[in-house]
Design a binder for this molecule. Structure first.
Ligand code: BTN
Length: 264
């Protein structure tokens, strides 16, 4: 995957001049955050062939082997406070469903909040991070990793039963360059719609989210509670009805939600 191969799919794109494709990086999110603090503009995009220190949610490692996934971070500079950006990860998830569908014909599902899933297996994940300057939001780093060309044997045996790639799901080779280009296209569109079209994006999120209706286990530190996911609130919180009858909205970042039967 080269810069030219990515940009060939999105000629004249407004973000094209600030798209960088790198061989190896620790974490595209970490590098882009440093660039954001140095004044990089909205629409700066970093794509890496491999990451040596890829990061996931809740401090987890995101394995990023060479040449098989798309590891991409984009910088947006929304003119909004943190309280208006609570739904950012959800908006990105919907945009990534659009991008994967455009590149492969398959629309993934979303496991609340930030996992892309096909056929009950993880396809990819999203890690969004806000950047602050002088106490105000100066930007948002949107990091996405999507498994694109892996075959089953390319996954570590510990995750093989829980992971999939786009090529595996589609039954044909899906180009990483095409996927990266569709991701950029979808993110640029999302950056324009994020605030003005919040309710439509959240309605779409609810449609794409497979967690709703599921029996789930909410893991908060050492404690676990059991209930059913019944909806998504306007900021992306998961509305859970516990077996005790009590209903609660769970904010993301706070808990890990597991289905009762395996990964999802
Ligand atoms: C998750 O599954 O918890 C989120 C994974 C996010 C991975 C992407 S890959 C590109 C960007 N750089 C990182 O270090 N993380 C994100």
């Amino acid at each position: 995957m080269t810069r030219d191969s990515v940009l060939s799919h999105i000629p004249g794109h407004p973000w094209a001049k600030n798209v960088l494709v790198l061989e190896e990086v620790g974490s595209t999110n970490t590098l882009l955050k440093a660039m954001a603090l140095q004044g990089a503009p909205q629409g700066t995009v970093l794509i890496a062939s491999r990451q040596t220190a890829g990061r996931g949610r809740l401090g987890r490692t995101f394995l990023s082997p060479d040449g098989v996934g798309v590891y991409l971070s984009a910088l947006i500079r929304p003119n909004a406070g943190a309280d208006q950006l609570m739904h950012l990860t959800c908006a990105v998830a919907v945009a990534m469903c659009d991008a994967v569908e455009a590149a492969s014909g398959i629309r993934p599902k979303i496991k609340w909040t930030n996992d892309l899933v096909i056929g009950n297996r993880k396809l990819g994940g999203i890690l969004t991070e806000l950047v602050f300057a002088d106490g105000a939001v100066s930007g948002a780093i949107i990091g996405i990793g999507i498994n694109c060309r892996q075959k089953p044997e390319d996954f570590d045996s510990s995750i093989r039963d829980m992971a999939t790639s786009l090529s595996m799901a589609a039954g044909r080779e899906i180009s990483r360059s095409r996927l990266a280009a569709e991701m950029i296209r979808a993110l640029e569109k999302m950056s324009r719609e994020l605030i003005p079209e919040k309710s439509r994006l959240m309605a779409q999120y609810e449609k794409d989210c497979m967690t709703i209706g599921q029996m789930i286990r909410v893991v908060r530190g050492e404690s676990e509670s059991y209930g059913t996911a019944v909806g998504i609130d306007s900021d992306g919180g998961l509305i859970v009805e516990y077996d005790s009858g009590i209903t609660e909205t769970v904010a993301f970042g706070e808990v890990s939600v597991r289905g009762m039967y395996g990964y999802v």
